[in-house]
Ligand binder design. Structure first.
Ligand SMILES: [Zn+2]
Length: 388
C-alpha cells in the first residue's frame, strides 16, 4: 500500500498572498527569521491577517538550521498566546521550525526528538499550519519532514510525521523576487536535485514521477531567467511552483546520494546545501545510471535531448546539468568551492561513513559501498569523470 501526501490547498500566482484575507480564525503566530522580517514580509502577512480580523503575533527568532532551543522557545510562546493558525514564513529553516513548534505547541508532553512517522501526534486540535516559502528550493512547504539541530551533540535530527504536512501553502512570486542571484542559483539547483533524485529513486511512484518530470522541465527553462533577471516575475512564479512540485516528488519518494553525500560535505565544510548537492549531481547521475539508465534517459528526452541510446542520453544529461550550472555561475567540483586537498582527504573517511548510513543512500537506484562512495567523493573533488 502506498500513500501520496500533499497539502490540502496550494494557492499560487500573483497576489497569492492576499488569500490570507479570506481565512477564518482568531489568532495567528507567524514564525520566521530576522532576514525575512527585514524584508517586510512578516508585516505584510500580519496586515492581510488583520483584514481577515485575525490578530497576528510574530516570532522572528528562527536561525538558519534551527536548534531545539528555538523550537522550545517558540512552542512556549505559542502556548502563552494560543493561536489557531501557525504560519511558517521563509526558507526551509523557518518552515521546518514552524512544523516542529506546531507539534510541541499541540503536544507539550513530548520532546522534539519524539516527532516520528510511527508516533501518533494528534495535531490540528488547537491549530492548523500555513507555509509561505520566500525561496524556491527546499520544498519543505510540501513535505512531512523537519530538520532540527541538537546543538549540544552537534547533530541534525531528521524528523518526520505525515501530520506535519501543511494545510495550506501560499506561493506568491513577489516573495522569491527578493532573493539575490546567488541564492536563486543555490536554491534552484536544490529543487532540481530533489526532482531528479525522486525520479530515479527506488521509492518512486507514478504520482511522484509526474511532479518530478514537470518540475525538471520548468527548472531547466526558467532557472537561468530568474538568475539573470531577478524581476522576471514569470520566471519567479514558475521556479516557485517547480520547487513545491519537487518537494511533493521527493517527499513522496526519497532523495538520493547527492543528498546523503551533500549533507555530509555541506555540514563539514559549511557550504550552502543547494550548491553542494548541485555540484554532486552530474557525478551521481553517471554513477547511478549503471542501475537506472532508462530512467535518466526519460528525463533527458523530456528536456529535449535527442540522443539515440540510453547511455548517450545519460552522458548528455550530465552535460546539460553542468551547462545549467555554468549559466548560473555555480562550481562544478569541490576543488572550485575553495576546499584544499589535504583538509578534504583528512575528512574523507568521516564523510563516507556519514553518507552511506543515510536512508537517502539506501533508496538510491545504485547503493554505494564505502569504496565506491570514497571514489565518488574523490571524483567530485577533482572534477574527474566517473567511470566505475
Ligand atoms: Zn535538498
Amino acid at each position: 500500500m502506498w500513500e501520496f501526501t500533499s497539502p490540502k490547498k496550494i494557492v499560487f500566482g500573483e497576489e497569492a498572498l492576499e488569500y490570507l484575507k479570506e481565512i477564518e480564525g482568531k489568532k495567528a503566530l507567524v514564525i520566521t527569521g530576522k532576514t525575512v522580517r527585514k524584508l517586510g514580509f512578516a508585516e505584510k502577512v500580519s496586515k492581510y491577517l488583520e483584514e481577515a480580523r485575525i490578530q497576528a503575533e510574530i516570532f522572528d527568532e528562527v536561525e538558519p538550521e534551527p536548534s531545539i532551543e528555538t523550537i522550545v522557545e517558540g512552542a512556549k510562546l505559542a502556548r502563552d498566546y494560543n493561536p489557531d493558525w501557525l504560519i511558517g514564513l521563509g526558507g526551509g529553516s523557518n518552515m521546518d521550525a514552524a512544523k516542529a513548534i506546531w507539534a510541541l505547541y499541540e503536544r507539550p508532553d513530548i520532546e522534539v526528538g519524539a516527532i516520528s512517522p510511527v508516533e501518533k501526534l494528534g495535531l490540528r486540535k488547537k491549530a492548523h499550519l500555513i507555509c509561505i516559502p520566500t525561496t524556491s528550493g527546499s520544498g519543505s512547504e510540501a513535505t512531512w519532514a523537519t530538520i532540527i539541530t541538537d546543538s549540544s551533540s552537534k547533530t541534525k535530527l531528521e524528523l518526520a510525521s505525515k501530520e506535519l504536512v501543511p494545510d495550506i501553502v501560499i506561493l506568491d512570486p513577489q516573495l522569491p523576487k527578493s532573493m539575490p542571484p546567488r541564492l536563486t542559483a543555490d536554491t534552484g539547483m536544490d529543487a532540481l536535485v530533489h526532482s531528479m533524485e525522486a525520479y530515479v529513486n527506488q521509492w518512486r511512484n507514478d504520482f511522484s514521477d509526474a511532479m518530478a518530470i514537470k518540475a525538471i522541465k520548468i527548472i531547466f527553462e526558467y532557472l537561468p531567467r530568474a538568475y539573470e533577471n531577478p524581476d522576471d516575475i514569470e520566471a519567479r512564479e514558475k521556479m516557485h511552483i517547480a520547487a513545491t512540485m519537487s518537494g511533493l516528488a521527493f517527499g513522496n519518494a526519497q532523495a538520493g546520494i547527492a543528498h546523503s553525500m551533500g549533507h555530509a560535505l555541506g555540514a563539514t565544510f559549511k557550504i550552502p546545501h543547494g550548491r553542494t548537492v548541485g555540484m554532486l549531481l552530474p557525478y551521481v547521475i553517471k554513477y547511478s545510471a549503471k542501475e537506472a539508465a532508462g530512467r535518466y534517459a526519460e528525463i533527458a528526452r523530456a528536456i529535449g535531448i535527442e540522443a539515440v541510446t540510453d547511455e548517450e542520453c545519460v552522458e548528455e544529461l550530465a552535460q546539460a546539468v553542468r551547462a545549467l550550472m555554468k549559466k548560473v555561475d555555480l562550481p562544478l567540483c569541490a576543488k572550485d568551492m575553495g576546499l584544499d586537498w589535504e583538509t578534504f582527504t583528512g575528512e574523507l573517511d568521516e564523510l563516507v561513513s556519514r553518507a552511506i548510513v543515510s536512508s537517502e543512500s539506501i533508496t538510491n537506484p545504485r547503493v554505494p559501498d564505502e569504496e565506491e562512495c570514497k571514489k565518488l567523493f574523490t571524483c567530485a573533488f577533482n572534477g574527474e569523470e566517473v567511470d566505475f
